[in-house]
Design a binder for this molecule. Structure first.
Ligand SMILES: Nc1nc2c(ncn2[C@@H]2O[C@H](COP(=O)(O)OP(=O)(O)OP(=O)(O)O)[C@@H](O)[C@H]2O)c(=O)[nH]1
Ligand SMILES: [Mg+2]
Ligand SMILES: [Zn+2]
Length: 288
């Protein structure tokens, strides 16, 4: 009897009922065994799998997985922002919270720096202690992209962010050195070629997932009393305020609030912390 070899690989994209699995540098088109299509353990891009004869038989345990972008085993989430469309910093802060909570490294890449540099300065001033790395790039001129590439080697990186910030353009530049050609629709501020699926692009030791843009983010799984722990910029102060268990809200002698006046913590980031805290509190009130 002929033996069937089980091979391990990673799902790089899916289309309807087909999954493309990368293994040993080759791509295999596979179907999934019925029980791998159930809602709670549905196969997604980034999943490491076992397959045999074109059928995926097993999903290996995921190291990481956040709700948005929904990609498994990501090492780095790279939040892409641009001067247009205007950044939604509440959305960005929520993404950072979710990544820190899930132990995923988080970078911010300010794209379209060929157009404008004020956003770049804002991000450097307000996010230097909040995320792991910040890159200032242009997917049109290619400026700044090489240092991003150098930091992404041997990691699975998922791009994330609002529609039309240039995630696909950045991918195009990284993998083909060709600039983006599609134009921004003025009416919707969305690219005309808006991405609809999550796909891993790869070359040598670079693995980057292009994802569809989004404009809302759910952090209902975060507890209000844990929230401060997902702010890396608060880390030097957490647990050191006058009140044991200070959440840096209305408590007196709070080191985080003191750090606002010295500029060590960004006032804007802190204001959004209060707003997000309030949102979570309201959600918790409705729930219990
Ligand atoms: N000036 C300038 N325009 C850019 C740059 N990067 C992207 N664009 C333009 O921005 C628009 C949107 O780019 P996309 O790459 O489609 O954006 P996206 O983030 O993939 O959008 P979704 O797939 O909808 O999430 C296009 O018109 C691009 O040509 C850049 O660095 N500079
Ligand atoms: Mg896109
Ligand atoms: Zn405090």
């Amino acid at each position: 009897m002929k033996e069937i070899a089980t091979i391990k690989g990673i799902v790089i994209k899916s289309r309807s009922k087909e999954f493309i699995v990368l293994s040993g540098g080759k791509e295999y088109t596979c179907a999934a065994r019925g029980n791998l299509k159930m809602k709670d353990k549905k196969l997604i891009t980034g999943d490491k799998v076992e397959f045999e004869n074109g059928v995926i038989t097993k999903i290996l345990d995921r190291t990481t997985c956040i709700g948005r972008p929904r990609v498994a085993n990501v090492d780095v989430v790279n939040i892409v922002i641009a001067n247009a469309p205007q950044p939604d910093f509440m959305l960005i802060d929520k993404m950072i919270i979710e990544c820190v909570k899930s132990n995923i490294a988080v970078y911010i890449t300010v794209n379209k720096c060929d157009q404008d540099k004020t956003l770049a300065q804002y991000v450097l001033d307000n996010y230097k202690n909040a995320v792991d790395k910040i890159y200032l790039v242009s997917a049109v001129t290619g400026e700044g992209v090489q240092s991003l590439i150098d930091d992404l080697r041997e990691k699975l990186c998922s791009l994330a962010g609002q529609s039309a910030v240039g995630k696909t353009s950045l991918c195009n530049w990284i993998f083909t050195k060709k600039e983006a050609v599609n134009t921004l629709s003025l009416k919707t501020e969305r690219g005309r070629h808006t991405t609809t699926s999550r796909e891993i692009h790869y070359q040598d030791d670079l693995f980057i997932v292009d994802t569809p843009g989004f404009s809302s983010f759910d952090i209902q799984s975060v507890n209000s009393y844990d929230l401060m722990n997902y702010y890396k910029d608060f880390a030097p102060f957490n647990g050191k305020c006058y009140y044991i268990g200070c959440m840096h809200i209305a408590e007196p002698d709070c080191l985080v609030k003191n750090a606002l006046s010295s500029g060590e913590i960004s006032q804007d980031r802190y204001n959004r912390y209060l707003a997000i805290y309030k949102e979570i509190k309201e959600y918790e009130k409705r729930k219990y």
